[in-house]
Ligand binder design. Structure first.
Ligand code: OVV
Length: 405
């Protein structure tokens, strides 16, 4: 009889923890568990799922940069696409290895380029200005429902070239996609139930006729016209924009405002120096990473940080744990907008590092800059409510008062 992976781990003496990283308890407050995983060793075995977990910055970065050994084409969630049916047809960029990944990435990286950001910046800035003015007028608001969800749902689909109608469906889609990287637990089941009615709408929006000429979506089809990708690949790459472009920035903004509301002395620094907006958003990404984890799959047996891993083993890389690793950061539990956290893992690392990070940073900068110039103080006026997600650090509600200058 062959040993199960669990017995093998026992035999080689890797630390084993009986932690479920997708339980309500873990997701409500992951940080004590992150510490436990980091302190147990560079690689630990999580018995409940029979997976490896990596929480130290050095090893998260090393693993993510080794795309030949830690592959993505077998899925970047718990499911192994070599043996299990993917929840949806695999993404041509996220769930792909070179050379497929390279072709997809080249097209999306050109569309989401710094040069393109210069072109959309004025439109994004105008919307940030309008929105914050409207919210200051209101005074008491839900910073998730009325700000963090509203802004990305306006500016990003505008840039993609999507019509206004039904955009809130993108939130249900993102929520489902990020839950699907975890197990089929109750959180996933609820997300699928809510997503099911909008499935057709989402798939329809990937078609060329639905995308304004010249927008990011149409530019993907233009790459197909030029022969860089096929016409079958184009709607799938639009789907990647719809999957990864909204819920991530919604929570990036929500988490950033949560951090600033909880650290008024840091918000005071931002008000005194609005030019810190970009740095403040970056520190919020380190401190409360919207995307907490991604899996990889071991391509062939190897040694990693002194541990033997077998072909097809799943490895869970904790971006958010790396971002608070005391081996990497001085006082990692301190939220400091002047820290300039270069090398944080919130956008991942290596060839799969977030291709949309220039968009995310633009949105974060513009919203925090408008806040700093228009809002003197942010007061928490109610209990923030979490939205549990198998992958995202997410809020459902953040009741605040904006006190104007
Ligand atoms: C980074 C990311 C998250 C979710 C979905 C996708 C990418 C995709 O390519 O579909």
């Amino acid at each position: 009889m062959t040993a199960t992976p669990d017995q093998l781990a026992h035999r080689i003496g890797a630390p084993r923890l009986d932690i479920d990283p997708f339980s309500d308890d873990f997701l409500n407050n992951p940080y004590p568990y992150h510490e436990e995983i980091r302190e147990a060793g560079p690689v630990v075995w999580l018995s409940p799922y029979g997976i490896w977990a990596v929480g130290r910055h050095e090893h998260v970065r090393a693993g993510l940069n080794d795309w030949q050994n830690f592959i993505s084409s077998a899925g970047v969630g718990l499911a192994n696409f070599r043996t299990e049916k993917p929840f949806r047809p695999p993404s041509l960029i996220l769930e792909a290895d070179p050379p497929q990944h390279t072709r997809s990435r080249t097209v999306l990286a050109r569309i989401l380029s710094p040069k393109m950001m210069q072109q959309v910046r004025d439109a994004f800035a105008e919307q940030a200005e309008l929105l914050i003015d409207r919210l200051v007028e209101k005074g008491e608001i839900d910073a998730v429902k009325e700000l963090a969800e509203v802004y990305p749902l306006k500016v990003f689909p505008d840039a993609l070239g999507l019509a206004d109608e039904g955009r809130e469906n993108l939130l249900l889609y993102g929520n489902m996609v990020f839950n699907a990287f975890g197990p089929r637990n109750h959180i996933f089941q609820e997300a699928v139930t809510r997503y099911e009615p909008v499935r057709e709408w989402i798939m329809n929006k990937c078609q060329r006729e639905e995308l304004r000429p010249g927008g990011f979506g149409d530019l993907i089809y233009q790459a197909a016209d030029a022969g860089e990708i096929t016409y079958d690949e184009a709607p799938m790459l639009v789907r990647s924009f719809l999957s990864a472009g909204v819920d991530t920035t919604v929570n990036g903004l929500g988490n950033a405002i949560f951090c600033l509301a909880n650290h008024p002395e840091q918000y005071d620094k931002l008000v005194a120096t609005p030019a810190l907006a970009r740095a403040a958003f970056e520190e919020a990404l380190r401190y409360e990473s919207s995307v907490q984890t991604f899996f990889r799959t071991v391509n062939q047996s190897l040694e990693f940080a002194g541990v033997s891993m077998q072909e097809n083993d799943k490895v869970l890389f904790f971006l958010a744990a790396a971002n608070r690793d005391p081996r990497q950061w001085k006082d990692p539990e301190v939220f400091d907008i002047e820290r300039r956290p270069v090398g944080h893992m919130a956008f991942g690392s290596g060839i799969h590092g977030c291709v949309g990070q220039v968009v995310a940073r633009l949105e974060g900068e513009l919203i925090l800059d408008a806040l700093a110039r228009k809002v003197k103080r942010i007061e928490l006026i109610g209990q923030p409510v979490r939205r549990l997600n198998n992958t995202l650090r997410a809020l459902d509600s953040l009741p605040v008062r904006f006190i104007p200058h």
